[in-house]
Design a protein around this ligand. Sequence first.
Ligand SMILES: [Zn+2]
Length: 153
Amino acid sequence: MKEMNVESFNLDHTKVAAPYIRLAGTSEGQHGDVIYKYDIRFCQPNKEHMDMPALHSIEHLMAENIRNHHDRVVDLSPMGCQTGFYLSVLNDDDKSGIEDVMEKTLNDVLEATEVPACNEVQCGWAASHSLEGAKEIARQMLEGRDSWSTVFA
Ligand SMILES: [Zn+2]
């Protein structure tokens, strides 16, 4: 296959075994700071996906809570294929530490009583949410905790 600009377009999605956490790329600034971008894969590509309201709610919950466990989060965003998220952090190449941060964040999701910023002022589609769906996604991801470090089958 032709080498593409986008890192994940060069990943063979038929060879991965979700759930997993994978370092997808790095970007270094001129002063030596490095942004590490992690592929947090919740669902097996082309076999399963997250429904939009649940995906949207777990996005809000993780984006808000992960910053209580890590102080250099740049961004946490869902993939358009609805199978996972990208997490970008500054100067943190400790993948097992990132796994621990994700575990804590997903446990926060299980304990949540509401979706943060779930209103028309703070969100672009406030009607499309599911707290129960978000919790189900978190439960399934946590069930696979022992295999997060194994990317390929
Ligand atoms: Zn939103």
